[in-house]
Unconditional design. Structure first.
Length: 168
């Protein structure tokens, strides 16, 4: 089984367990080379398909953290999909991706909401594993100056939000 098939299987399993709204959607996984080390994954839409792009380096990720990452991406799709209904379009999602990439304030709102949704869906522990991974991979300065200001929850924030919402 290649990486793409492995991701696809995990996504199918996550959808059937926790994302009934996405049951009839086509979601494809694409890998991209590790030329943007900070960009680990993102999702987008083109016509009737959703795409989850994932950095090649993530193949080494442990299964639990990988699930946390993929659930985060599925939550991005859900939040855009349910907010925009059938008007959700290629242009909207790509405008979102550009804004997330270049506008820290916008990114903070989006990523924060997406992480909270990940926890609400019951994947706090997996998202926590991913956050611990990031603490190992990325330098402290990068985490504090780049990643966390962009709205991603720290391990402590994940745990405390999950406990507050009875999801730990
Ligand atoms: Zn995200």
């Amino acid at each position: 089984m290649n990486h793409k098939e492995k991701y696809q299987n995990i996504i199918n399993e996550l959808i059937s367990k926790s994302f009934p709204e996405l049951k009839n959607e086509k979601i494809k996984v694409m890998e991209f080379p590790n030329i943007f080390p900070l960009a680990e994954s993102f999702s987008t839409k083109s016509f009737r398909n959703y795409y989850i792009f994932i950095n090649k380096k993530c193949t080494k990720r442990n299964l639990s953290a990988l699930k946390g990452q993929l659930v985060h991406e599925l939550c991005h799709i859900i939040l855009d999909y349910t907010n925009k209904g059938f008007c959700s379009s290629f242009w909207h999602l790509n405008k979102k991706n550009l804004s997330v990439a270049f506008n820290t304030k916008f990114s903070r709102k989006i990523e924060n909401k997406t992480d909270r949704e990940t926890i609400k869906r019951g994947y706090a522990k997996q998202r926590y594993r991913l956050a611990l991974d990031w603490e190992k991979i990325f330098k402290k300065k990068l985490l504090n100056n780049s990643l966390y200001p962009r709205g991603y929850l720290t391990p402590e924030q994940i745990k405390s939000y999950a406990k507050k919402s009875r999801k730990w």
